[in-house]
Design a protein around this ligand. Structure first.
Ligand SMILES: Cc1cc2nc3c(=O)[nH]c(=O)nc-3n(C[C@H](O)[C@H](O)[C@H](O)COP(=O)(O)O)c2cc1C
Length: 244
């Protein structure tokens, strides 16, 4: 039974609403994978989007977006991707290409390339170059064979570090960043400050949702002294484009 579609339906066994506290609890051991997925992608938001470019052993360029993605470490510089298998159990082209070529490139998705990113999510066969379909420009990688996307505001060339096999339906791929490309207006080369306004990154919400970063603000972390003295930090306007 689909509980969400019927207004009078009782919640499933794994969900426990407590009217006194207004809290609903979920025992993850009793949830289906789909139910866990919906709770996680709906609440762990916004997630950054990696438009990942790879190359097959036959030289076909592949591009696909991944929002099970984040930066997990700066030393070493590690980016992580959560790649599901297809419902048939087959590997996605991205996973297969990383295993075979040992490299991939993470391109940051800005508002300007959002529609093109969505074209890259179409489940084309392995012989189709998604960048060409989406009208994006493949630029030759400097340290890796996979191309970077000329229109992306920032791109990170990665060498495969480790793949964590965490179950029968997905894998977590860790890559070490070995080279980066930034559009000149997005970064100050003197102090490495990335301008979030120029970057204009888009994040993924639950379902088919997205969120822009256009309501960006600063909120400084307070010292213990500032907090004790009642000097509570306020939200500030975005920093100037030149960095700090
Ligand atoms: C915004 C967005 C985020 C996505 N995130 C993921 C993800 O984190 N993991 C995943 O396996 N698929 C994700 N997908 C689906 C893949 O992009 C899709 O399956 C794609 O066709 C895979 O292409 P490939 O076979 O060329 O690797 C996402 C799709 C979109 C539109």
């Amino acid at each position: 039974m689909n509980h969400s579609s019927h207004p009078l339906a009782l919640p499933p066994d794994a969900a426990r609403p407590d009217e006194a506290t207004g809290i609903i609890t979920f025992d993850f051991a009793k949830l289906t994978p789909r139910e866990r997925y919906k709770l996680l992608i709906g609440a762990v938001v916004p997630r950054p989007i990696a438009l990942v470019t790879t190359i097959s052993k036959d030289g076909v360029v592949n591009a696909a977006p991944f929002s099970f993605f984040n930066c997990l470490s700066a030393d070493p510089a590690i980016l992580a991707l959560g790649v599901e298998y297809r419902p048939t159990g087959a590997q996605k082209d991205t996973g297969r290409n990383v295993r075979e070529s040992q490299v991939f490139t993470v391109n940051i998705v800005s508002d300007a390339i959002l529609a093109a990113m969505n074209v890259c999510a179409v489940p084309f066969g392995p012989d189709i170059d998604e960048l060409r379909e989406a009208g994006l420009t493949a630029m030759t990688g400097v340290k890796v064979q996979s191309p970077w996307i000329g229109e992306a505001p920032a791109a990170f060339e990665c060498r495969h570090h480790t793949t964590l096999s965490i179950g029968s339906s997905r894998e977590i791929i860790l890559g070490e960043v070995v080279f980066a490309h930034f559009h000149a207006d997005t970064v100050d080369p003197a102090n490495h400050h990335v301008d979030p306004v120029a970057l204009d990154a888009v994040g993924r919400m639950g379902g088919q949702g997205y969120a822009s970063t256009r309501d960006y603000f600063d909120l400084p972390t307070m010292s213990v002294e500032q907090w004790r003295e009642g000097r509570i930090a306020d939200r500030n306007a975005p920093p100037p484009k030149t960095g700090r």
